[in-house]
Design a protein around this ligand. Structure first.
Ligand code: PHE
Ligand code: CO
Length: 313
C-alpha cells in the first residue's frame, strides 16, 4: 500500500474508490458520516435514516410545503398523482424502503441511496435497471433556494413521483440504456442535453395550459414561477435533434425550455437508434442556450430580460 492510499483510508475513504470520489463523497467520509457504512461497488449505501436530524426533517417539511402549495396548477397531473400514490409525506424525509414498496409494485422502479453524484456509467447502469440513485443527505437551512449538487429533496421530491407513471418510467430506463450506448459512441455531451431539457427542465402542454414536469424546475421555487410565468425565456416545441445541439446553463435559470405534448411523444421520439443521429449532429455547430433556430416551433420568443452573458455549458 502506498503512502497516499494509507492516508486516505485513515481518513475513512475506502481505497478501492480512489480517483472516482466526488468532493461531496470525500467530505462525508472525512466527517465520519459514512464510517461504518458500506459503500457498495455500485456506489449505493443503505439509507442512513438514523443520521437525519430534526433540522433535516424541518428543511424537508419547509420545502415540501412551499412547493406543494405553489405547484398546484403549475405541475402536471402525473406528478401530483405520483406524489399522492407514493404517500410521500411532508413531515419527514421519506424512508426509501417505504417508497419502494409502492414504487416497485407500480412500475418496478426503486430508489437507492447514494452519497452524491456518481460516475456516468454507474448512473446509467442504475437507470437501465430501474433504480434511481438519490442523494440521501438534505441541504442546510440556509440553502433552501439554491445549492449546486442534487440533495435528497431534489432527487426524491423532484424525480421520484413521475416514476409511478408507466410511460415516463419506461423513458427513464431507455435513457439509462441509451447512456451506456452513448458512452461507447463518445456522444455523452449530446445525450446529457436531452436529460437536461427533459428530465430536469421539461415543460408539458396540457388542455389546461403549460405545466412543469422537470425535476430541476419543480424542486426550485424561483424557477417554478419563472419557467411558466416569465416572458424572458424561450419556450420551444420539443425536438430531439434540436435539443441535442443546445448548450445549457448550470448556474442560472434556463434561457430556453422545451415543451412536450405528452410523455408518449417523448418516449416515441427517443425510440429510434441514436447512433446515426449522433453521427450527423456532430457535423453541425452547437446552439447557445438562448438561441432561436430556423425550424423551431416557437411558443414564446424570450424577451431575454435579465439574461447573463456568461458562458453556457
Ligand atoms: N434510442 C436511444 C439510442 O438508441 C436510446 C434512448 C432512449 C436515449 C431514450 C435517450 C432516451 O441510443
Ligand atoms: Co436531478
Amino acid at each position: 500500500m502506498d503512502m497516499q492510499s494509507t492516508a486516505a483510508s485513515q481518513a475513512g475513504t475506502p481505497a478501492g474508490f480512489q480517483g472516482t470520489l466526488t468532493d461531496k463523497l470525500k467530505e462525508q467520509f472525512d466527517a465520519g458520516l459514512l464510517s461504518g457504512q458500506e459503500l457498495r461497488p455500485d456506489f449505493t449505501i443503505a439509507q442512513p435514516v438514523h443520521r437525519y436530524t430534526e433540522s433535516d426533517h424541518a428543511v424537508w417539511r419547509k420545502l415540501y410545503e412551499r412547493q406543494a402549495s405553489m405547484l398546484r396548477g403549475r405541475v402536471c397531473d402525473e406528478f401530483l398523482q405520483g406524489l399522492s400514490t407514493l404517500g410521500m409525506g411532508k413531515d419527514r424525509v421519506p424512508d426509501f424502503e417505504q417508497l419502494n414498496e409502492t414504487l416497485m409494485h407500480a412500475t418496478g422502479w426503486q430508489v437507492v441511496a447514494v452519497p452524491g453524484l456518481v460516475p456516468d456509467h454507474v448512473f446509467f447502469e442504475h437507470l437501465a435497471n430501474r433504480r434511481f440513485p438519490a442523494s440521501w443527505w438534505m441541504r442546510k437551512p440556509e440553502q433552501l433556494d439554491y445549492l449546486q449538487e442534487p440533495d435528497c429533496f431534489h432527487d426524491v421530491f423532484g424525480h421520484v413521483p413521475l416514476l409511478i407513471n408507466p410511460v415516463f418510467a419506461d423513458y427513464m430506463e431507455a435513457y439509462g440504456k441509451g447512456g451506456l450506448k452513448a458512452a461507447s459512441l463518445n456522444a455523452l455531451d449530446m445525450l446529457a442535453r436531452l436529460y437536461w431539457y427533459t428530465v430536469e427542465f421539461g415543460l408539458i402542454r396540457t388542455d389546461a395550459g403549460l405545466r412543469i414536469y422537470g425535476a430541476g424546475i419543480l424542486s426550485s421555487q424561483g424557477e417554478s414561477l419563472y419557467s411558466l410565468d416569465s416572458a424572458s425565456p424561450n419556450r420551444i416545441g420539443f425536438d430531439v435533434r434540436r435539443i441535442m445541439r443546445t448548450r445549457y446553463r448550470i448556474d442560472t435559470f434556463q434561457k430556453t425550455y422545451f415543451v412536450i405534448d405528452s410523455f408518449e411523444q417523448l418516449f416515441d421520439a427517443t425510440r429510434p437508434d441514436f447512433a446515426p443521429l449522433y453521427e450527423s449532429l456532430r457535423a453541425l455547430p452547437t446552439l447557445g442556450a438562448g438561441d432561436v433556430a430556423e425550424g423551431d416551433l416557437v411558443l414564446n420568443a424570450g424577451t431575454r430580460e435579465g439574461w447573463s452573458d456568461s458562458d453556457d455549458v
